[in-house]
Write a protein that binds this ligand. Structure first.
Ligand SMILES: [Zn+2]
Length: 314
């Protein structure tokens, strides 16, 4: 994982290379996902901004304190709130994303009416509470409790949340050259969302993956086919250190595990269609495969089995 440098209320900061830091979220504190800090020499780049303005502010403070330089770039790996709701702490930086991620941020995070947003979020939290009470599976119960804690932090911050959209737009590849190193922002398409960007640092063979990589998590999947193509390409890049969007810093084995998971979902869904099996029979029979029994997620593996079944039934 690298060496622990600093501990904050929201995240722990690890050095994983010379001037490269992984900001690993503490559960339930509103950071909600992992972020990264890269000293480019003459400036600093931050990868993802966490799930709340408060955590985002602390990320910026730490980035500038530990490097002694100003943050010039913020990358948004994808549109999900747990990676972009800290954007307002980086308003004066160039906020980089693909055009599709910009479009989704603008569409999904529209805050038309503050009061109805608060109402909706309270309703969502009370729904989760109900699900926690009735959850029979311990891991799903824990996942729901964590979701509740993180969402409660977002609700706390909502009065000051400002939606700040990406301002520097690229499509497939953007190289940022600092005085001491360069980083590559790469988008091979979308698997977790319609557009997923990751950051590759060639000299150090390090990648910050956003949610293209997570540890023991039934992460949302929009396109299982494209997700596999993306990970195959990542697999060939000789990257040694991976910072996932959720979970611990790892090596290529984490990519292979997620590839195996996607292959599992795909194969089972295709087999079910070949047998002309109805959705419900398929889900019941595959409810809890043991390889993934300890993976977290508020809907367990079921949501992804449904997704794959629907995807290959088209
Ligand atoms: Zn995500």
């Amino acid at each position: 994982m690298g060496s622990l440098l600093r501990e904050t209320d929201y995240f722990n900061l690890y050095a994983i290379g010379d001037g490269i830091y992984a900001a690993m979220a503490k559960p339930g504190q509103g950071a909600w996902s992992n972020a990264g800090i890269v000293n480019l020499g003459d400036s600093v780049l931050v990868f993802d901004s966490f799930g709340t303005p408060t955590a985002g502010k602390e990320l910026r403070r730490q980035a500038e304190d530990i490097t002694g330089k100003n943050v010039q770039y913020l990358v948004n790996s994808h549109y999900h709130g747990d990676h972009v709701f800290g954007n307002q702490a980086f308003k004066d930086a160039a906020i980089i994303a693909t055009s599709e991620t910009l479009r989704l941020c603008a569409e999904k995070h529209k805050m038309d009416d503050f009061n109805s947003e608060v109402k909706e979020m309270r309703q969502y939290l009370s729904d989760i509470k109900g699900k926690i009470a009735s959850a029979k599976d311990d891991i799903i119960k824990q996942s729901l409790m964590n979701q509740y804690e993180e969402m409660a932090k977002v609700l706390d911050d909502l009065p000051e949340l400002e939606i700040v959209l990406p301002s520097l737009i690229f499509e497939e590849k953007l190289i940022i050259r600092g005085s001491q190193r360069q980083v590559e922002l790469l988008c091979f398409g979308g698997g977790h969302t319609p557009s997923d960007t990751f950051m590759y640092i060639p000299d150090e063979k390090i990648a910050f993956m956003g949610d293209l990589l997570t540890e023991k998590l039934h992460l949302p999947i929009v396109d299982p086919e494209q997700f596999q193509v993306i990970l195959q390409r990542v697999n060939q890049m000789m990257i040694e250190t991976f910072v996932p969007g959720h979970g611990r810093v790892s090596d290529l084995s984490l990519v292979k595990t997620l590839q195996g998971y996607l292959v599992f979902l795909t194969e089972k869904a295709k087999e079910a269609h070949e047998r002309e099996e109805e959705a419900e029979d398929f889900f019941v029979r595959l409810e809890n495969p043991k390889d993934y029994a300890d993976w977290k997620g508020v809907n367990g593996i079921r949501a992804n089995l449904i997704k794959a079944y629907q995807f290959y039934g088209k």
